[in-house]
Design a protein around this ligand. Structure first.
Ligand SMILES: C[S@@+](CC[C@H](N)C(=O)[O-])C[C@H]1O[C@@H](n2cnc3c(N)ncnc32)[C@H](O)[C@@H]1O
Length: 453
């Protein structure tokens, strides 16, 4: 435990690790919170400042660059962090008066070995305070305006405008900048939604029912992971879009299922719950260390049909050459650009060139998995991204080369999402307040797989 218990110092150390050492925000934050003894209120403040500053980075830098002689990214690392954090507090945290945010930034510069630059910090922040938020509407072209106003890389905004048009893109980007929410999946195998809601309420945790699935609850107050219901396996944390994936598979007791890219196991466990823990699920992931995560989850939820394996999904056809599955899920590795509300660093760390390599891997895994499906079985391809090239383009390419597969038109009966496309859907974050997701169900042979639940 260190002696320095100033929450802004803890936030600053976390942001330094994220901005300059390539750390993932959630891991850097966990580490800093572990190393400092902060009250629950201070921990929430640090979390808010860290995620908020990362989420609003583009806008914050635009504001700073408007009043600084040299661009903010040319400053010393610590000054960049102190200024960015302060601007977030000044303009996006209602409960912090601007004067207080400026004062604390100056104090932090003294505490963090930058006393000589306190005049610069004071001057820049006071100028911004006098000026206030500018009118972004004069920025052209519109891709640049959306990128600055909602804090996204412009290359990404351009891609989304291409796919969804300007208005949808503005709305989805605005939602990405909002605060994420915690959603619960109730384990319907052992309890009911009402029982869990009442049990949590007794512990001071408040929830409302979700919109998209009957097993979901949205947390409005409290920390669920500390509840008895979590520890004893009556609930899991999972976004509603994610829950739709197991629903799209429509698994039944006694079936045999393969999850090719399963870790940490959210969708596997949901499917096992829907199967009433009867049958078998092979939950595979390429990373050996993730096998433990799957096993731990199965253990917590007391699910015995889940068998975790470690293999590259592109060779699974060989491993299971004599086995055929009723249900196969390819929840593919992807760019993750649908989950920017909860993982905002993805938008700054994603390399456009790297994304171009993903469809080949996604198609490879899908092709391999498809060879293991029983006739009349269901194959679901899903991603937590909203780029067409990782989604419908992959599926279209797959269907072109696999004529024995067709889109499963009964998908809409199972997941009840409005979609113009039969067999697949893209959920944008602003539509239902859930993560951005792509879900496609395909069938081999001619059977229908409507929802009998
Ligand atoms: C989107 S995540 C899966 C999330 C998981 N289905 C869930 O609901 O918890 C994609 C997973 O694919 C795994 N992965 C990446 N490349 C893979 C490959 N070639 N073969 C198998 N798994 C792979 C990653 O380790 C990651 O855990």
């Amino acid at each position: 435990m260190t002696k320095n218990e100033n929450p802004r110092y803890v936030a600053a150390k976390t942001l330094q690790a994220v901005f300059f050492k390539g750390a993932y925000s959630h891991l850097a934050l966990d580490e800093q919170l572990k190393n400092h003894q902060l009250s629950a209120v201070d921990q929430r403040f640090v979390t808010e400042v860290v995620y908020g500053t990362i989420k609003r980075l583009n806008t914050i830098d635009y504001l700073l660059n408007g009043v600084m002689k040299n661009k903010v990214h040319k400053s010393d690392q610590r000054i960049q962090v102190i200024l960015r954090m302060a601007v977030y507090q000044m303009f996006y945290l209602d409960r912090i008066p601007e004067r207080a945010a400026i004062h604390e930034a100056v104090e932090l510069s003294k505490q963090w070995g930058r006393v000589g630059l306190k005049g610069l910090i004071n001057g820049v922040l006071r100028s911004l305070s006098r000026q206030g938020l500018p009118d972004f509407s004069s920025i052209t072209p519109s891709s640049k305006r959306i990128a600055i106003e909602t804090s996204h890389p412009e290359w990404l905004v351009k891609r989304w405008i291409n796919a969804y048009g300007e208005e949808e893109t503005r709305r989805l980007c605005t939602t990405n900048s909002e605060r994420g929410k915690t959603t619960i999946r109730v384990n319907l195998r052992v309890t009911t939604v009402d029982a869990v809601q009442a049990e949590l309420f007794e512990e001071g945790i408040e929830t409302v029912k979700g919109e998209l699935t009957k097993e979901s609850l949205i947390v409005t107050k409290g920390v669920v992971t500390k509840s008895a219901a979590f520890k004893e396996g009556r609930l899991s944390i999972q976004d509603e879009s994610s829950m739709l994936v197991a629903r799209a598979l429509n698994p039944k007791p006694s079936m045999k299922m393969l999850d090719t890219c399963a870790a940490p196991g959210g969708k596997t466990m949901h499917a096992a719950e829907l199967m009433n823990d009867e049958g078998e699920i092979i939950a595979n992931d390429v990373h050996a260390h993730k096998k433990r995560l799957i096993e731990k989850e199965a253990n917590r939820l007391q699910l015995s049909i889940v068998h975790a394996t470690t293999e590259d999904a592109v060779i699974l056809a060989k491993t299971y050459q004599d086995v055929r599955f009723d249900r196969i899920l390819v929840d593919a590795p992807c760019s993750g650009l649908g989950v920017l509300r909860s993982k905002p660093d993805i938008k700054w760390n994603t390399d456009e060139k790297e994304i171009r390599k993903l469809p080949a891997l996604q198609l490879d895994i899908l092709n391999t998995a498809s060879k293991l499906l029983k006739d009349d079985g269901v194959l679901v391809y899903s991603t937590c991204t909203i780029l067409p090239e990782e989604n419908e383009h992959v599926v279209q390419e797959f269907l072109k080369n696999n004529e024995d597969f067709t889109l499963d038109e009964s998908l809409q009966e199972r997941i009840k999402i409005q979609s113009e496309n039969q067999g697949y859907t893209t959920i944008l974050p602003h539509q239902y307040g859930s993560d951005g997701f792509f879900i496609c169900a395909m069938k081999k042979g001619s059977a229908r797989h409507g929802n009998e639940n």
